[in-house]
Design a protein around this ligand. Structure first.
Ligand code: CTP
Length: 421
């Protein structure tokens, strides 16, 4: 399995790193523990030595350790650098490329993926310098496991506690799987897939807003994009709930299909299940308006024109964005935007307005893509930037969207593991 360098820095959560080391070993990985000087104030190096059965690195200048320039040789052999807990000081050093001890030198020297689990007092975590440093690291591809909220060692209640060891181990596993896939490893499907243990809800298709028992207001969405996303999430091992408006498509094997008709039905179905989900992907073309007074009986024609009053539907994505659990980024939210002009500008606006993590924007004015066809070209917009996905099958587009979603999920503990803990 993998060789993982586990950096332990000087925070009260250092004792939890012992459990993280054990969790990684239980999954079959080799762990090299690297402790900063302040970490040794919290936990003795012997503890890590006993657990990892390897010498623990505590000093860059130990005689005998430099024959092969140890930080360089480790940097080039590890599959992952995991730092838990990562203090404000370490985050600052990493962000600025300082290399004044073994761990910070290793960070600068390695090309392996890096995962950090910050832990510190709430005020420190929220300090603009720390926020900026974390943003800088994330922009450079460092993955971050968000700290949890609760009682902190300093007596405060707030955000800053080191994420639970299982969540850190799960994030490390996911990163290793993604790395293996990038290196061309055969794509594991089902239980061994990159989304195993994740619960994902996908909405798809149009909604039908009834005018009377035989007529409705609908739209041209075929549901293909949402169904492709559900199928790809199943293939990656996720547990998938597909909330679908009326379509002619067969549900992908293995999804839990919830068939709905109107925007109101979809709202009820989604909100009732949102608390169990790690991610919700709103690919459905939900009606923004519904007839204000649908008739109970078929409306008979009269002599003159007919005016129908439409009223706004509830914004499902908006309501998901306001869930209290969103403070922990749960569920991760993916919205869709069908635009006919200024695609990126509108999508960026939606990202902020609806407090979602990813917006997948279609330019539905272009022929041969978007609604009711097999091909699509999209622009994926997130806080990390804008990614153009050129014209390809909706399945291939779905894979690109899920790649981005998986990267966001690394920072979010799975609901299933939280429920077990
Ligand atoms: N959506 C929703 N509930 C609604 C309407 C839309 O959850 N009642 C979701 C869609 O599934 C999609 C996203 O919101 O993921 C689309 O955002 P929205 O701002 O409604 O897009 P448009 O309808 O394209 O916006 P506008 O009318 O502002 O162009």
């Amino acid at each position: 399995m993998a060789l993982i360098a586990l950096g332990v820095t000087g925070g009260i959560g250092a004792y939890k790193a012992v459990e993280i080391a054990r969790g990684l070993q239980n999954n079959g990985h080799e762990v090299i523990a690297i402790m900063t000087r302040s970490a040794t104030q919290f936990v003795g190096p012997l503890t890590f030595e006993a657990i990892t059965r390897r010498e623990v690195i505590t000093d860059q200048w130990k005689a005998g350790a430099n024959a092969d320039i140890e930080h360089i040789s480790i940097a080039s052999t590890i599959d992952l650098l995991l730092v838990a807990p990562a203090t404000a000081n370490t985050v600052g050093k990493f962000a600025n490329g300082l290399a004044d001890d073994f761990l910070s030198s290793l960070f600068v020297a390695t090309k392996a993926p890096v995962l950090i689990a910050p832990a510190m007092n709430t005020n420190m975590f929220e300090h603009p310098a720390v926020v900026k440093n974390l943003e800088t690291l994330m922009a450079r591809g460092v993955h971050v496991v968000d700290p949890g909220s609760g009682y902190l060692a300093c007596g405060w209640i707030g955000k800053g506690r080191l994420a639970e060891p299982e969540a850190v181990v799960a994030a490390a596993e996911q990163l290793l799987r993604i790395k293996a896939l990038a290196l061309g490893a055969p794509k594991p499907a089902g239980e061994g897939g990159t989304m195993a243990g994740r619960r994902v809800m996908v909405t798809a298709g149009p909604t039908y807003e009834d005018l009377d028992p035989v007529r409705f207001v609908g739209n041209r969405s075929s549901g293909r994009m949402g169904y492709a996303l559900a199928a790809e999430a199943i293939r990656r091992g996720a547990t998938v709930t597909l909330v679908s408006g009326p379509t002619h498509l067969a549900a992908p094997h293995g999804v839990d299909l919830i068939a709905v008709r109107s925007a109101a039905d979809m709202h009820t179905a989604v909100m009732a299940r949102a608390a169990e989900q790690d991610a919700v992907i709103m690919a459905a073309a939900v009606a923004d308006y519904t007839p204000a007074n649908p008739a109970g009986q078929k409306v008979k024609k009269g002599e003159g024109d007919l005016t129908i009053t439409l009223q706004r539907t509830k914004d499902i994505l908006g309501d998901l964005g306001r869930l209290p659990s969103r403070a922990q980024r749960l569920p991760v939210l993916v919205g869709f935007a069908a635009e006919t002009q200024d695609v990126v500008a509108y999508a960026t606006g939606k990202l902020e307005k609806k407090a979602v993590d990813l917006v997948v924007a279609n330019d539905v004015s272009r022929a041969g893509m978007g609604f009711d066809v097999d091909l699509n070209a999209v622009t994926i917009v997130s806080a990390d930037g804008v990614e153009d996905v050129p014209l390809q099958s909706k399945s291939a587009v779905a894979a690109r969207v899920l790649d981005r979603l998986e990267q966001l999920l690394i920072a979010v503990p799975s609901r299933a593991s939280a429920a077990k803990a």
